[in-house]
Design a protein around this ligand. Structure first.
Ligand code: GSH
Length: 85
């Protein structure tokens, strides 16, 4: 699975939804490319272009952009048991 995680600049994985997703990805054993985005939503043109909105986390998994931490974590749980690519 190829995963790019767009996340905020909070420096730990324990304080916000972005960190929650980062922990879940790590727990699933995924290798993740992390992209830290600016604090202000209006400065997140790349996230906006990818997902149609500017809130992070956004995970691009095998080319599909998924937003909202709960949806991303649910998606990972669905993938548990699949063969790793
Ligand atoms: N319900 C969303 C909340 C996401 C959220 O609060 N994201 C923060 C960063 S961790 C954010 O983008 N804040 C900037 C803003 O909302 O202006 C989720 O769980 O994904």
């Amino acid at each position: 699975m190829s995963v790019v995680l767009y996340r905020c600049r909070t420096p730990t994985n324990w304080l916000c939804p972005c960190g929650r997703v980062a922990r879940a990805l790590r727990g699933a054993g995924e290798e993740v490319q992390e992209m830290r985005v600016p604090w202000r939503r209006r400065d997140r043109a790349e996230v906006q272009a990818l997902s149609g909105q500017a809130t992070v986390p956004v995970a691009v998994i095998d080319g599909d952009a998924i937003c909202d931490s709960r949806r991303i974590v649910q998606h990972l749980h669905k993938g548990v048991g699949r063969d790793a690519k």
